[in-house]
Design a protein around this ligand. Structure first.
Ligand SMILES: Cc1cc2nc3c(=O)[nH]c(=O)nc-3n(C[C@H](O)[C@H](O)[C@H](O)COP(=O)(O)OP(=O)(O)OC[C@H]3O[C@@H](n4cnc5c(N)ncnc54)[C@H](O)[C@@H]3O)c2cc1C
Length: 459
């Protein structure tokens, strides 16, 4: 089978490439190969009753399938160059913002009509933060919410499914470049082979190991990226209510006094839930929240993260993060939860101590001691930031505040691509999170549109 364009991965990067290619190119033959299942069949087996923790499915329903890692995410669509990736370094700040805005209009017209945007523009919290040595980053965010995000994806799929050949449960094994054409080998029982003139790789974070292998097979240079390590904080929603009501998501940065490390808030989920995340068999913590008030919890959660990048002689930032996550998986069988009070008192949390607290955890995690897992420098930074946040959101440093560990944001290594997001091979593009350039729904989606338009202009 031969296609004009083959897209590998049906996350936001892949989906929006397909969307724009279909829109701009009547009759173009496009195929999408996806390791996971179609949207309606994605179901994590954790039901909280029979199955309470991750059982390491062959493909993780949370990370893989139509919609990619974003399908069950909170759908916080951040329109900003300040975080979420460095796409602007390749395509320019204005173009990056324009493309993010464009994708936002697609989301809105496909089911997100009733959702709201929040802006940091003239908020009083900027000054309040500065008074306490905290820095609020500028952004505009649309909160789709987990359930609307799902509806939007469903509507986009319905629109595309008759115009694009989707192959689910079809992980691509390898790519060969033979006689100016790409040969795509599928890892299924028939070992199917397809051919494409142009290939867009968008395999996300879950495809990081595969991307590493492909880069090495094709001799495409790569560079190590950073890793973000820390905890997820869960507290009563009232504590952050004033901030979340106005801004929904606030990215606040703090510089620690002794080490000058930057600690930052990440992925804030008012009235949300804390969840497990499985990346290549390693369980880390994450969070999301629903738009529908009926699905709201009494808690708000957000991550506190410190970025680390290694250079010489050790370069493997992700490996460092992985090993710390493995340590928590070894000690806790998955995620560990600890009361802030227990952490600062130098004792482990126990089930009894958690049960006696005033906060009901939204994730079933193992009570334990995070100081046995997270390096002192990082944990000190997290504790220092919790005290700093306590000044703008009193109650953050309460003894019952829950800390889940570890939260790790793995970044794919940087794949060498040019300003068109193309590798040294003609018409072989690497976009979205697997390029190491993006790490958000908005930047990944924008990169898909960008490449689709480039392909259209250079047919
Ligand atoms: C729980 C959670 C919550 C999140 N919340 C937010 C949020 O609120 N806002 C935000 O901006 N970002 C959020 N993110 C991050 C966001 O989801 C990602 O940045 C975004 O999905 C990246 O898009 P992508 O297309 O690059 O990759 P992905 O979404 O990871 O998609 C890649 C796809 O490629 C497939 N694939 C992998 N390898 C292969 C292969 N060999 N062959 C075929 N297919 C393959 C995978 O199955 C996957 O479906 C969240 C992530 C998680 C896990």
């Amino acid at each position: 089978m031969k296609y004009d364009c083959i897209i590998i991965g049906a996350g936001p990067g892949g989906i929006f490439s397909a969307y724009e290619l279909v829109k701009l190119n009547k009759g173009m033959k496009i195929a999408v190969f996806e390791a996971g299942k179609e949207l309606a069949k994605r179901k994590c087996p954790i039901d909280g009753k029979k199955i309470t923790s991750c059982i390491n499915c062959k493909t993780c329903a949370i990370m893989n399938g139509f919609g990619g890692a974003g399908a069950f995410s909170d759908g916080k669509y951040n329109i900003t160059n300040n975080f979420g990736g460095n796409l602007w370094e390749y395509i320019g700040k204005e173009t990056a913002l324009d493309l993010m805005e464009y994708v936002d209009t697609i989301n809105v017209s496909h089911g997100g009509e009733k959702t709201r945007t929040f802006e940091t523009g003239n908020t009083k919290f900027k000054k309040v933060c500065l008074e306490h040595d905290l820095h609020l980053l500028d952004a505009k965010v649309r909160h789709l919410g987990t359930e609307i995000n799902y509806i939007v994806l469903g509507n986009i799929y319905n629109e595309l499914k008759d115009k694009v050949d989707f192959f689910f449960e079809s992980p691509v094994k390898s790519i060969e470049y033979v006689d100016k054409i790409y040969k795509i080998n599928i890892d299924n029982i028939n070992n199917d082979t397809y051919y494409g003139d142009k290939v867009i790789i968008s395999v996300g974070r879950s495809g990081s190991k595969w991307m590493e292998k492909i880069s090495s097979d094709l001799n495409i240079p790569t560079q190590s990226n950073r890793v973000d390590l820390g905890v997820r904080v869960e507290l009563p929603a009232e504590v952050f209510q004033e901030i979340t009501n106005e801004l929904y998501e606030s990215k606040i940065v703090y510089k620690t006094k002794n080490t000058n490390d930057q600690v930052r808030t990440f992925c804030m989920n008012p009235h949300g839930v804390v969840v497990n995340e499985n990346t290549n068999g390693i369980i880390t913590v994450n969070g999301h929240s629903y738009e529908d008030p009926k699905l709201h919890t009494k808690n708000t959660n957000f991550a506190l993260l410190v970025s680390l990048q290694f250079s010489e002689p050790f370069k493997d930032s992700n490996g460092y993060g992985e090993n710390i996550a493995k340590l928590s998986n070894m000690l806790g069988g998955g995620i560990i939860v600890q009361r802030f009070g227990d952490l600062v008192s130098g004792r482990r949390s126990t089930k009894a101590r958690i049960d006696e607290g005033f906060i009901t955890p939204t994730l079933k995690a193992t009570p334990g001691d995070l100081s046995l897992i997270i390096p002192k420098r990082i944990l000190d930074g997290v504790v220092e930031m919790i005290y700093a946040l306590d000044k703008i959101a009193p109650g953050t440093a309460n003894m019952d505040t829950l800390l889940y560990g570890v939260e790790v944001k793995f970044y794919n290594m940087h794949v060498e691509i040019d300003k068109n997001l193309m590798t040294k091979y003609p018409n072989l593009f690497v976009i979205g999170d697997c390029s190491g350039v993006t790490h958000s729904l908005s930047h990944a989606s924008a990169s898909g549109i960008y490449v689709a338009r480039y392909i259209t202009e250079h047919k």
